[in-house]
Design a protein around this ligand. Structure first.
Ligand code: APR
Ligand code: PHB
Length: 384
């Protein structure tokens, strides 16, 4: 079997790449370890930057996103007993975000790929990549897929990155001493906009998925298990953290999903080796506080698509050679922003009173200085 681009992983990165390549007349095969049902149900983040929305709409997969996605023109930072709005329309006019679940993006991409006759294979075991220096091919379940290029879109725990010989990659990482417990609940959002809350009990985030479904996150210890968090405990803690301003009451409802996400930052450089190109979580992870993970994956894929179009269209490898460098500027900006948001809003066990004062002082600055708020807004809505 032969294709131009062998794509490992059917997350947002792999599926979008396959679709964008198809629109440029470039063939690909997507090999995914999990079942279709699993990837379509996996609940992840839900904030799409303008550039991400534009890419999906231009690729013809934005119809439901336009209909069901919730446009947001600001977020609230809540701390010290008061809420403070960061107004995007004033600070970064014309730029906003759209709240739409990542698994909805995945569903739309899978539907589009299949409708266009795309080759997306689920439940593929034992994927391995070979010949990265010159003649790349992928093996899986006794089969062999020859390709000209391999795209490693298989997330943080995939096989692509570990196939790069030792000593080639520089790895930068940081683990945070806490995790996020995320839930989905059948209840109308108690706020029109996202609320990022810092309290002495820890961080909490109120997000949403639709007019009838809310999404919440709680800062929890790094070793927290879902079993430690029965529904009543979750609501009590969400109330204690979110009902920290007068007059705000949190609506509660049936919890339909629970999960613990570790908080980690990671970058592998360069994002390429020979004929293997890494995109999305396979190359970098950000803590979710800045809502950048999915958006970075989409940005990588945009760059890789242009590079592959130049390569297959007129044999020019220049953009492919510069792929990693072209992506890493955005990746590191997002790393810094995500670190900054995380540091600003979480409680750290080893924080002394001085550290807490610094944090409060910075929060006050961000919510009172237009320049500082603009920095937050500009990064949150995403670099052009
Ligand atoms: N073989 C085939 N597929 C694999 C393998 C493997 N050995 N290992 C992992 N995969 C698949 C996973 O099952 C998953 O479906 O690769 C896919 C990777 O998808 P994601 O983890 O979603 O990563 P990515 O597409 O880069 O999306 C970016 O944005 O919100 C963030 O971290 C979040 O997933 C999100 C990311
Ligand atoms: C989400 O809705 O899942 C979400 C929103 C904002 C974040 C992270 C996750 O920073």
């Amino acid at each position: 079997m032969r294709t131009q681009v062998g794509i490992i992983g059917a997350g947002p990165a792999g599926l979008l790449l396959s679709h964008l390549l198809h629109l440029r007349g470039i063939s690909s095969v997507v090999l995914e370890k999990r079942g279709r049902d699993y990837v379509e149900r996996r609940v992840r983040a839900g904030v799409l930057e303008q550039g991400t929305v534009d890419t999906l709409v231009e690729a013809g997969v934005g119809e439901r996103l336009r209909r069901e996605g919730l446009p947001h023109h600001g977020i609230e930072l809540r701390y010290g007993g008061a809420g403070h709005r960061i107004p995007f329309e004033k600070l970064v006019p014309g730029r906003s975000i759209t709240v739409y679940g990542q698994q909805e993006v995945v569903k739309d991409l899978i539907a589009a790929r299949l409708a266009a006759g795309g080759d997306v294979r689920f439940e593929i075991e034992d994927v391995a990549v070979h010949g990265l220096e010159s003649e790349p091919y992928v093996t899986f379940g006794g089969e062999r897929l020859d390709c000209e290029v391999i795209a490693g879109c298989d997330g943080f725990h995939g096989v692509s990155r570990p196939s790069i010989p030792e000593g080639v990659l520089s790895v930068f990482e940081r683990e945070y001493p806490f995790a996020w417990l995320g839930i989905l609940a059948k209840v109308a959002p108690s706020s029109e906009e996202l609320i990022y809350t810092r309290t002495e009990r820890g961080f909490a985030l109120h997000s949403m998925r639709s007019p009838t479904v809310s999404r919440f996150y709680l800062q929890v210890p790094a070793d927290a298990r879902v079993e430690d968090w029965p529904d009543e405990r979750i609501w009590a803690e969400l109330r204690a953290r979110l009902e920290s301003v007068p007059g705000f009451t949190l609506g509660t409802g049936e919890i339909t999903e629970k999960g613990v996400t570790p908080m980690r930052a990671f970058v592998a450089e360069p994002m390429q080796y020979g004929r293997l190109y890494l995109a999305g979580d396979a190359a970098h992870i950000v803590p979710p506080t800045g809502a950048k993970g999915l958006n970075l994956a989409v940005a990588d894929v945009r760059v890789l698509t242009e590079a592959l179009a130049a390569y297959f269209g007129h044999g020019s490898a220049e953009l492919l050679d510069g792929y990693s460098e072209a992506c890493l500027r955005r990746v590191w900006r997002a790393q810094h922003f995500s670190w900054w948001m995380t540091t600003l809003l979480h409680t750290f066990e080893d924080d002394d009173p001085y550290g807490r004062r610094l944090q409060m002082s910075y929060l006050e600055y961000v919510t009172s200085s237009e320049a500082a708020a603009t920095t937050l807004a500009e990064n949150y809505v995403g670099l052009p």
